[in-house]
Design a protein around this ligand. Structure first.
Ligand code: F6P
Length: 354
């Protein structure tokens, strides 16, 4: 290959810039040039009036002074048009017109779907896992997860201080889509009392009971980490529960969110419970050293594979090893919920009956 392309797609993640930098500098070292596509797959559709809005040739200096920056300088987007096979074929024609022979796609599950589709149409692609969610089972870590975790942990340290002064419980919502990895790792690293994640069934009554036990044990504050996808594993019959408590009669069970979950816990436990949603704070910020290293290792490995004519795979890390698996296998492997993290949070929190 003489020229490859690179793009970032889906939600941004700290460390994506390190991965782009590694793609560019590894490719140049192998005498390949690199085109950076903007706004994910949109750039390859080349619909902008000015082509500089869609792609640019990346040189060694294009990626200078980027490794420590969060976000992605190529910008990102979720491109629904790319689900259409005619648009995928058009993108391949566009790539060929500018001499691009292979593509590195940095992102999560949705990004991999696009990369896999291109590969099936005969265009070589390699995926690099860039998402804070850590929801790709084949790799121990995705780029951005460590930074998001550190950010969540730091925010919760601050919340714990004010919760402790006021003797409150705090329910803190973290990102992760349908995956509880951010929540479970955050809970373990910030010494949380409880967690609610999509992979493990939970009931509000049980959470409220345990908050009561915590108060009885003399805990001044409690941290309850709530994964944004946790409603999917709630076992409580909400309409029935709300009907039993006049203070909850205004809750619309079809529109329930984590603020209302906190309110219900407060009513059932009798202990003041405040709610905070960390939101996009978790996606921004300078990448941790771990994410910069992972981004660099995986970006470089993706290019080495394309150079050896290996494609249709996603790169990742297992233990100390950089690995690659076919796109079809990216959801094969353990999640944090299977790895004893939840049990460890329980033991550390000492939230058993007093
Ligand atoms: O996939 C990363 C992520 O931050 C998820 O944790 C979250 O559910 C989603 O993206 C938010 O997406 P958007 O940027 O479209 O609001």
């Amino acid at each position: 290959m003489k020229r490859i392309g690179v793009l970032t797609s889906g939600g941004d993640a700290p460390g994506m810039n390190a991965a782009i930098r590694a793609v560019v500098r590894t490719a140049l070292d192998m005498d390949m040039s690199v085109v950076g596509f903007k706004r994910g797959y949109n750039g390859m559709l080349m619909r902008s009036p000015d082509q500089r809005d869609d792609f640019e040739i990346l040189t060694a200096s294009s990626v200078s002074n980027r490794i420590h920056r969060g976000g992605t300088f190529l910008m990102t987007a979720r491109c629904l048009d790319f689900l259409n096979v005619e648009n995928q074929k058009q993108a391949i024609r566009n790539l060929k017109t500018i001499g691009v022979e292979g593509l590195v796609c940095i992102g999560g599950d949705g990004t991999y779907k696009g990369a896999e589709a291109l590969n099936k149409l005969g265009f070589p692609t390699v995926g690099v896992p860039g998402t804070i969610d850590n929801d790709l089972a084949y790799t121990d870590y995705t780029i951005g997860f460590d930074t998001a975790l550190n950010t969540a942990c730091e925010c919760i340290n601050r919340i714990r201080e004010t919760s402790d002064s006021h003797e409150r419980a705090s329910l803190i919502t973290v990102m992760g889509r349908n995956c509880g990895d951010i929540a479970l790792h955050t809970a373990l690293s910030c010494g949380a009392e409880l967690y609610m994640v999509p992979e493990i069934p939970w009931s509000i009554e049980e959470v409220a009971e345990r908050v009561k036990w915590g108060v009885m044990r003399g805990k001044r504050s409690m941290i309850l980490v709530f994964a944004e996808g946790a409603m999917s594993s709630l076992t409580t019959n909400l309409p029935e529960l709300c009907a039993q408590h006049p203070q909850l009669s205004d809750i619309d069970v079809d529109e329930i969110d984590s603020h209302q979950i906190a309110r219900i816990i407060q009513v059932l436990s009798g202990h003041e419970t405040r709610s905070t949603v960390l939101g996009y704070l978790q996606r921004g910020g300078s990448p941790s050293a771990k994410d910069r290293i992972l981004g660099t290792q995986l970006g470089a490995h993706a290019v080495e594979l394309l150079h050896k004519d290996v494609s249709g795979v996603a790169v990742g890390v297992r233990g100390m090893n950089v690995i690659e698996v076919p796109f079809a296998d990216v959801q094969k492997g353990p999640h944090a919920a299977d790895c004893g993290i939840a049990e460890l949070v329980d033991v550390m929190a000492v939230m058993t009956r007093a």
